[in-house]
Design a protein around this ligand. Sequence first.
Ligand SMILES: Cc1ncc(COP(=O)(O)O)c(C=O)c1O
Length: 404
Amino acid sequence: MFKVNTNFQKLPGSYLFSTIGKKVAAYSAEHPDSDIIRLGIGDVTQPIAPAIIEALHRSVDEMGNASTFRGYAPDLGYDFLRNAIADSDYKSRGCDISADEVFVSDGAKSDSADIQELFAADSVIAVCDPVYPVYVDSNVMAGRCGIWDANLEKWSDIIYMPTTAENHFVPEFPSKTPDVIYLCLPNNPTGTTLTKLQLQEWVDYANKNGALIIFDAAYEAYISEADVPHSIYECEGARTCAIEIRSFSKNAGFTGVRLGFTIVPKDLIFDGVSLHSMWARRHGTKFNGAPYIIQRAGEAVYSDAGRAQLKEQVGYYMNNAKTIYTGLQEAGFEVYGGVNAPYIWLKTPNNMTSWEFFDYLLNNAQVVGTPGSGFGPSGEHYFRLTAFGTYENSVRALDRIKKL
Ligand SMILES: Cc1ncc(COP(=O)(O)O)c(C=O)c1O
């Protein structure tokens, strides 16, 4: 008889964005003329840059011609894209990563959820708290996290590493040694990051303890400070302990286009087994390659024109981030993030819970953000605003918040 994977039933359900949606819909129904500004979801709003649109058009035309038509893509990615990534994102920064260590995919969400297929069933994972929920949920689905404690809002077998204002958003080494450590830097949701020296300490810790780091660098393009690493491979020894996941969603607006990649260095050998070989085997079995058209679009991200246009686009969002950050500071809020990431993380005023502040902001300023508690228990009393809206809406939202 068929039996379901009961691990799915253990999941408490991701109510965050559906609850936000319901609350906003209810408010709109009661106040049909209200002008709601949405600074909640981390989706981009600017159109795809012209250099990328041109590459898309060109490759679409190639598909309509028998001599240039392409069928299945190589499952690990076309060489033109893997070379562009290795040269531009790694070698140019002094990172020793070769093109055949780049695995092209359809985005960082699937890679960050699927990577746990490489871990033993009894691996102990450690996550920062608050955290991008995919890391935990994908491990729960695989039966790796124990029992959900609804009071603590924690899984019994996961190591949570609080990152809050108290520790300056720098996770501390856990008392129990994990097998796998997820680090997302610059961070979603807090918008904070680590310096190269601080990241180096995590690399040293992982190497010393035989742990694997899964480094999610989806927001790398937003780094503005010199001492913040763009890749974990800027740290010495990372080739023997770290996998890095990247996305084209936030640097190039590909949230609806879909493209990402994962770096699995050949030096990652555990129990005599190469993770590079395992991931190649896994990719070959379960993935038939990102579309040719989209990989050409990805290649255009690294062209001179693409780079210049995307620098401007990222600059546009970071100007929003500055507007929101400084506006909140002027309004007397305690504010974090926003300098190396498009997320602004604020402490709720008057000890309000994250959801109380959500309601307060919606009712009094018609501004929608994301309650920090939705990202983990240490996110309670915090709130996330994103810089991915338009400049005009960022200014209008802050004008309203300042008047509260
Ligand atoms: C930390 C982090 N990783 C990965 C993703 C997903 O990226 P992609 O669109 O490439 O799937 C997101 C999206 O919000 C994210 O915040």
